[in-house]
Structure formats: C-alpha cells, structure tokens
Design a protein around this ligand. Structure first.
Ligand code: 5GP
Ligand code: MN
Length: 345
C-alpha cells in the first residue's frame, strides 16, 4: 500500500513492509561525507540482518578515510558501474534516500528513483525536502541523518540489531556532522551517543581513525592553503580559501584531501563566514560555513545552485576561479551588511 504523498504517513505500514524481505536500495548524495556513509551503511547492515537483498548506491566514490565502515566494500559506485546501479533501482521494491533533500543531489540516478515503482522513504535533515517520497522523515533540528537513523531503527522496533559495527557507523555520522559535538547538537544526540557507548562502541578508536589519520600530503596541503590561499575580509568578518586547477595538478588532490579546510577560517577570532572554493575539471565548487545566525544556505541556494544547512552549505558554478572569486567578493559585503555584525573585541 502506497500512502498519499505529502500526507503524514502511517508508520505502521512501513513497520510491516520493512519486515518482509525484499529488494532494497539505499542511496545517498554525491561526494558522500561521513554522515551520508555512516547512516547508509548502518541502515544497510540492519536490513541485511532482516534478510533483505540490500544494495547501497553512491553516485560517486567516497574518501578513503571511511574504508573501515561496515559493508563499504560492497557499495555500488554509480559513476564507475552505472549499469549495476540502474539495475539495482529497477529491481527495487523499497528505496531509502538518506542525507539529501532533492533528487539532483544524486545526479543522473534521480531519474531512476523517479521512474521506479518502489516505495520511497526519505530520511534527512536538510531544509526544504522535495516531495518525492512516500514516507518522509525530514527533521532539520537533527544533528545528522545518522541520529535520525538511530531513532528510525528504534521506531521500527529494530533496535536489537544495533550491534557494535552499526553503532560505529552511526557515531561516525554524528561525529562528522557535528564536528565532534562542536555544532548542530541537541539533547537527543548526546543521549544516542551514550547509548552507543553503552553498547561497547569504541569512540576513541573512531576519533583516531577519523581525525588523526591525515596523510602527510593532506597536512602540507592545509599548510599551503593557510599560507598562500587564504584571504580574510576582516571588515566583513569573512574569509576565503581557494584552489585552482593548477593546484589540483601540482598536489594531485584526490577525494577527501580538502575535507575540513574551510573550518580553519572560522577559528580566527571574529570570523563569521568561511568560503572554500575549488576549481575542478568542469565546474567550480564552493563550501560555505558560518557562525550563529548567518545563513549560508540562502547564499548557496540564491547564487550557486546549491543548499544544505544554515551554517554549512555547498554549491557550484560553471565559471573560472577568477570569476567565482570576484562573485564571492561581491556577495560577501551584500550578505554581511544585512546582519548586525558584532565584533567580540
Ligand atoms: P560541503 O561544503 O561539506 O560539501 O557540504 C556542506 C553541506 O552542504 C552538506 O550538508 C551538503 O549536503 C550540502 N551541499 C554541498 N554541496 C551541495 C550542492 O551542490 N547542492 C546542495 N543542494 N547541497 C550541497
Ligand atoms: Mn548530514
């Protein structure tokens, strides 16, 4: 039975559905981060135990730092194996869409989700979800999709399947989306973390794997960015770090090598807006971070065909690094002048 779209669905029917073994696809957004991967692999591990035929589809590859997550060796990478990914969507009875709110976030596979006869379940914490799902669990107040997955498993009566590998996948999502409990937190995320620790999850090992596992090249690239590619616009409490195509070649930058660099700008006293710009092969990508009430989701939505959260968003533009920098430098004063900026000293 398919519930009416956009109505508050009856979770009982999903509880029944999830107990009947079927073909399940779990898909998450392109350039998957720790929350996308942790929430997806946690759910996949539990559904495997219920004897579903589970396929995880990632639109493109993941950063190697997440190699340890349970079941990651079995994921289908759509960019590399498009036929296998399309076949998975065609066979699916149930599709879970995790950690994204619009079908363009999964590139061409958005069409496969749309065309599929499967029941679709969205579990996500981004603003303004598209109404494509039959069941939608969309909570912007959640720290992470991983937090929502834990509560979803509880709600479905599947908590007994949360073992240590599942707990570690969920905790990875929480840690990565809260910057180790520095932002986006709420009481629930601490309660869940306590439950996971009680189960025996090794949080210390996860901290080391996720945050003390940089390669020498990554650390040097960070140093290069801070020394040579950082421009602060102090009067607007904003800063930019950028890398061009030449930098990509010179440093042979790969997936995950630039993760987290944007955050360093906000470590500077009084900085409220951080922009990290990378000129890639066919597109220039932007990552925005902010403190407090500065809304970067609006900036990404209005100017860069993107979105995300109030304090962490991303987008892209078909323009050179020079033109993108010029545009960002125009947008920063426009945006920041709209806020009552307060210097802390
Ligand atoms: P990041 O800057 O780490 O790539 O992404 C920060 C946040 O913005 C994440 O929640 C991510 O889902 C979202 N985001 C990043 N890039 C895009 C994009 O191109 N489009 C949309 N809609 N969201 C994005
Ligand atoms: Mn997330």
């Amino acid at each position: 039975m398919r519930p009416a779209k956009n109505k508050q669905p009856n979770m009982d029917s999903l509880r029944q559905l999830i107990r009947q073994p079927s073909h399940v696809v779990i898909v998450t957004h392109k350039n998957p981060d720790g929350d996308a991967l942790g929430s997806t692999l946690a759910l996949a591990a539990v559904l495997n135990k219920l004897l579903h035929n589970v396929k995880v589809v990632l639109p493109n590859d993941f950063p190697p730092v997440f190699n340890f997550l349970p079941g990651i060796e079995k994921v289908i990478i759509g960019e590399m194996n498009p036929e296998e990914a399309v076949a998975a969507f065609e066979q699916a009875d149930l599709i879970f869409c995790l950690d994204f709110n619009s079908l363009d976030r999964i590139d061409r596979f958005g069409l496969d989700v749309m065309a599929s006869r499967a029941i679709k379940v969205l579990i996500d914490h981004h603003i303004d979800p598209e109404p494509f799902a039959d069941f939608s669990i969309s909570k912007t107040e959640a720290s992470s999709t991983a937090e929502l997955i834990y509560d979803f498993l509880l709600d479905m009566g599947l908590d007994k399947y949360v073992d240590i590998p599942v707990a570690e996948a969920i905790y990875t999502g929480i840690l990565m989306d809260t910057g180790s409990f520095r932002y986006g937190t709420n009481p629930r995320v601490f309660e869940i973390s306590a439950e996971l620790k009680r189960l025996g999850m090794d949080d210390y090992m996860l901290q080391i794997r996720l945050f003390n596992s940089m390669t020498e090249k990554q650390l040097k690239l960070l140093g290069y960015c801070l020394a040579n590619r950082m421009e602060l616009m102090s009067e607007h409490q904003a800063g930019i770090i950028w890398l061009d195509k030449e930098d990509y070649k010179k440093w042979s930058i790969g997936r995950g090598d630039t993760e987290g660099i944007v955050n360093y700008i906000l470590m500077v006293r009084n900085m409220k807006l951080a922009v990290f710009i990378t000129e890639q092969q066919n597109v220039t990508k932007l990552s925005f971070r902010s403190k407090g009430n500065i809304n970067v989701q609006e900036i990404c939505h209005n100017y860069f065909n993107g979105g995300g959260h109030r304090n962490a968003s991303g987008g892209q533009i078909k323009a050179s690094i020079e033109d993108t920098l010029a545009k960002v430098k125009e947008i920063i004063p426009l945006t920041m002048n709209a806020y009552q900026l307060q210097h802390e000293q």
